[in-house]
Write a protein that binds this ligand. Structure first.
Ligand SMILES: [Zn+2]
Length: 412
């Protein structure tokens, strides 16, 4: 049973009439009359990242200070951060959604959750904290970083659940593998998000940490994690459609994508009160999946994120997503998921892409470099110079990994 269209339409109209008098930005752009069908939503203007910057810090807030109990924010790539607010009710909704996320991995009050998402302004740490406490788990709020201590606590406190970014999960797996005396871990499930990651990376995380890895999705603009999560089927992420409305649009034209077609994910928060957002262009590329899932969830799915429209590199006219390169590298035995793409422009204004990737100890690096180069040429159609490095050379990240260094931005 899918979420009833009628209910969603009522929630949308209620949201619009709530927002019009409270947020000037929306007062000017939302339709004056209620929508009579969900199709009409396509005519409502988008909200984009710049709108957050232009209305910084409080222009998009819909409640006065007395009702606001929390602010979170994420750093913008340039300039001012994106600010999102919560009423007490918003925090309850968030906690409920985060509980659902954890329940997808059958997390109960018996579980010990090591929460290695950053605590603070970033939504990840406190979001998971809320959900895990609501369930009654034992929360170990390590926050991100201090890897040696994370590794010690994973062993000593017997965490059964891990939450962190996927790139940091790999860092932890690597640090554990380097332990001389290693106690067996009790990890059972892990929840990883805040950056796109591939199936190849899933295999590495699952084997390195001995757990079942769940992809989660959320973003600061919509209040943080708790928008969508995988079920045990791992065939896309269920969107919590009673709180968030997902659309997919053509990134060029902004028109709704055709069924089965990949497009840019556009999200509306239906029930938040402090910072509701209408038709936010996430820049994430996904496919909406209408077919019911074997798990029986009533919520539609989005495909695992392939990349962001603003992650896409154009190198000599070829579109390259870092995730495409990652998938190729991880399919070559001997290479690891630690890589970096360096895009540069030569004096002749000829763009080059260099791939730096780490190998497992004892690997034939020259051989691996050639294999990767050939495969990239074959799959992406681009000649890239591949340099295979020994393990541990590339920088490690405690949060989101920096996969792309685009020197054209500074030299071009
Ligand atoms: Zn499912």
């Amino acid at each position: 049973m899918a979420v009833a269209e009628r209910t969603t339409l009522d929630k949308l109209n209620e949201l619009f009439s709530y927002l019009r008098p409270r947020v000037e930005f929306y007062g000017k752009r939302l339709p004056a009359q209620p929508l009579t069908s969900l199709d009409q939503l396509a005519e409502v203007p988008f909200t984009v990242k710049d709108d957050f910057r232009d209305n910084y810090p409080a222009g998009l807030l819909a409640v006065p200070n007395q009702e606001l109990v929390r602010l979170h924010m994420s750093s913008g790539t340039t300039g001012k951060p994106v600010v999102t607010g919560y009423t007490r009710g918003d925090l309850e909704i968030w906690a409920e959604c985060m509980e659902r996320v954890l329940r997808m991995g059958d997390v109960t009050a018996d579980d010990v959750v090591q929460n290695a998402y950053g605590y603070g302004l970033f939504t990840g740490g406190l979001g998971f904290h809320l959900g895990a406490e609501r369930i009654g788990c034992t929360v170990v709020p390590t926050s991100s970083g201090v890897t040696a201590r994370q590794v010690m606590l994973l062993q000593d406190l017997g965490a059964t659940v891990l939450a962190c970014t996927p790139s940091y999960a790999l860092v932890l797996a690597e640090a554990l593998a380097a332990e001389k005396v290693r106690q067996p871990l009790k990890l059972r499930v892990g929840f990883f998000g805040a950056e796109p990651w591939t199936e190849g990376m899933r295999r590495q995380i699952e084997s390195g940490l001995g757990l079942e890895a769940f992809d989660i999705f959320g973003l600061t603009e919509l209040g943080g994690p708790g928008v969508a999560v995988e079920c045990h089927e791992h065939e896309g992420l269920h969107v919590f459609e009673d709180h968030f409305l997902a659309e997919s649009v053509d990134p060029e034209t902004g028109r709704p994508s055709r069924p089965g077609e990949e497009g840019e994910l556009v999200l509306t928060s239906l029930t938040r009160r402090a910072s509701p957002i209408v038709r936010y262009r996430t820049r994430d590329l996904v496919m909406l999946i209408d077919e019911p899932c074997a798990c029986g969830s009533p919520f539609r799915r989005i495909s695992k994120l392939r990349g962001r429209t603003d992650d896409m590199l154009i190198v000599r006219g070829v579109n390259v997503f870092p995730s495409m390169v990652e998938e190729i590298l991880l399919a070559i035995p001997g290479l690891t998921g630690n890589y970096q793409l360096v895009v540069d422009r030569s004096e002749k204004r000829h763009d080059t892409m260099q791939v730096l990737v780490e190998s497992e100890p004892g690997a034939n690096r020259e051989h691996l470099a050639l294999a990767a180069q050939e495969r990239i040429k074959e799959m992406i159609g681009l000649t890239a110079e591949v340099t295979v490095l020994s393990k541990g050379v590339l920088p490690r990240s405690e949060g989101k990994a920096k996969r792309v260094v685009d020197r054209r931005e500074t030299t071009g």
